[in-house]
Design a protein around this ligand. Structure first.
Ligand SMILES: Nc1ncnc2c1ncn2[C@@H]1O[C@H](COP(=O)(O)OP(=O)(O)OP(=O)(O)O)[C@@H](O)[C@H]1O
Length: 310
């Protein structure tokens, strides 16, 4: 359905997007994951033909979006990061306004507006002015606007940033339903690993303009199959133990917070007896020492050397 071919956007000093390839099959929910500045928004803007690429092509339904932007854009819905609504209109009036832009009118417009208000859970607030809405409600309405013309593919650019947990859950459920009940194809960008893990079948991880990993969740986690992540829970934090572990040549990464230390070691190394030896030497009191199943966050740390939200 969507193919991104060797797509790049270079600004004077920055390679915002640098030669990326992606594809989406019909009915898939695919995650595009990366920290701030990774190039996600630039990639989405090119995919939805809002900005022109420096190089490469975007093919939607087997046609180049660069050659037929108008026609293809009508089959695509984009939920931008910025809220694009009229504050002095009600939720219903906003939907009607944008519906008319998509040439809906009369009973068709009324039916569509009601259907979307139901989908985004704002039926009982439909007559309230948008200026009185919470950030989360505005985002839900923003999604509603993108659904008015029944797009076959919808692209969402970090739709849950900075909103209350209730609206966030609502948005996640709406996205899931759109995919499961209406077979909508969805490209979902986020820097929240748990959202992508919940919603998406396949994932692309972007960093510094490049796609650094792609595949199903299991395939991506297998990137770490050569390593074990070990979590040491302590009665209280012990800096001497951290230093001692750092000196061990088989410890590839070490992070710590509160009363726990997490280390990454090659799978073939059995460090358990050494951990207890170091703990004894430094007078640390381990409560538990466990091998953790790697999370996508661990993969990201492994690939980039930093946490996703740094
Ligand atoms: N118009 C522009 N001119 C120059 N540099 C730009 C422009 N737009 C984006 N960039 C740069 O390109 C890089 C990627 O930006 P982009 O907004 O695509 O990242 P992002 O992954 O969407 O981040 P965020 O989550 O913060 O939106 C950044 O370094 C940004 O400063």
């Amino acid at each position: 359905m969507l193919e991104v071919v060797e797509l790049s956007k270079h600004y004077k000093k920055t390679k915002a997007v640098d030669n990326i390839n992606m594809y989406l099959e019909k009915g898939e929910t695919v995650g595009l994951l990366g920290p701030n500045g990774a190039g996600k928004s630039t990639a989405i803007s090119m995919i939805s033909s809002l900005i022109a690429p420096t190089h490469g092509d975007v093919r939607l339904f087997n046609q180049s979006i660069l050659k037929k932007p108008g026609e293809l854009r009508s089959r695509l819905g984009v939920v931008p990061q910025e809220i694009a609504l009229y504050n002095d209109l009600s939720a219903k009036e906003n939907l009607e306004f944008f519906g008319r832009i998509h040439r809906l009118s009369g009973s068709q417009l009324k039916k569509k507006t009601e259907e979307i208000l139901h989908q985004i859970g704002l039926e009982d607030r439909k007559k309230d002015l948008v200026k009185h809405f919470s950030g989360g409600m505005k985002r839900r309405l923003n999604i509603g606007v993108a659904l008015l013309h029944d797009p076959e593919l919808i692209i969402m650019d970090e739709p849950t940033v900075g909103i209350d947990p209730q609206s966030r859950n609502h948005i996640l459920e709406t996205v899931k339903r759109l995919n499961e009940e209406r077979d909508m194809t969805i490209l979902y960008t986020s820097h929240y690993m748990e959202e992508v893990e919940y919603l998406c079948n396949r994932i692309y991880i972007m960093d510094k303009g490049n796609i650094i990993a792609s595949g199903t969740k299991d395939e991506i986690k297998k990137i770490l199959s050569a390593e074990n992540t070990i979590e040491i829970k302590l009665e209280k934090m012990n800096k001497a133990l951290i230093s001692r572990l750092r000196e061990d040549p088989s410890v590839a990464h070490i992070t710590f917070e509160d009363k726990s230390i997490t280390i990454v070691v090659p799978r073939e190394v059995n460090l358990f007896h050494k951990i207890f030896q170091y703990a004894e030497e430094t007078d640390a009191k381990p409560l538990s020492v466990e091998i953790k199943t790697p999370s996508l966050e661990d993969v990201f740390l492994h690939l980039t050397g930093r946490a996703l939200r740094d």
